[in-house]
Design a protein around this ligand. Sequence first.
Ligand SMILES: C[S@@+](CC[C@H](N)C(=O)[O-])C[C@H]1O[C@@H](n2cnc3c(N)ncnc32)[C@H](O)[C@@H]1O
Length: 190
Amino acid sequence: MIGSNILSFAKSILSDALESGGIAVDATVGNGYDTVFLSRSVGSCGHVFGFDIQEEAIAQTESRLEEECTAANWTLFKAGHENMLEYIPEEFHGRVGVIMFNLGFLPGSDKSVITKPETTIAAVRSSLSLLSVGGVLCIAIYAGHPGGDDEDSEVRQFCRSLDYHSYRVVQSEMINKPGHPIRVVFVFKL
Ligand SMILES: C[S@@+](CC[C@H](N)C(=O)[O-])C[C@H]1O[C@@H](n2cnc3c(N)ncnc32)[C@H](O)[C@@H]1O
C-alpha cells in the first residue's frame, strides 16, 4: 500500500516525473534501494548518477544494482554530493528529471558518518540547476540522531526560502507517527 510508508509514498509522487530514457540522480546511495528504484524507472535508455562518500555504500549499491536491475544504466561516484556539478557531464545539466536525497547515516553502519547541513544545502543548490523544468527534487530528512535536528531545520529553511514563481515546495510527513517521523520535502521546478 502506497501510504503505509512515507518513502514509498514519495516514490509514487516521483514516478510522474520519471520517464523511460530519463536522467536521475541519487545524491546519497547508501544501501542502494533508491538507486534501484531510479534505475528501473528510467530503463535501458536512461541513466542514473549516484553519489556517496563511503566505499561500503558504493560497493553495496553496485552489487544491489547488478542483482536487481536488468539495464546497466548507472554511474556511481565515491564523492560528496556537494561536488555533483563537477561529476555529472555538462550535457545533462538542466535535463535531470528526478534527484533524491535520503539524509542521515547509513543504516547498519557507522552512525557518526552523517550528511551535514552545509554540504547538503550546497548539493541542493546544485540540484536545482541540474533539474529540468518539470523536474522534482525529493529530500527525505531524519531528525532525532545527533546533528539530525539542525540539518532538518536548516534544509527546510533553505527550501522554504525558494522563489515561489520558480519552484513549488511541498512537505509531507506522517503526523500521527510516534517518535521522529521522516519528513519528505519535494521541490518542483517550474
Ligand atoms: C540514509 S543513507 C542513504 C540511504 C539510501 N538512499 C538507500 O536507499 O539505502 C545516507 C547516506 O548519505 C551518505 N553521505 C553522507 N554525506 C554525504 C555526502 N556529502 N555526499 C554523498 N553522500 C553522503 C552516507 O554515507 C550514507 O550512506
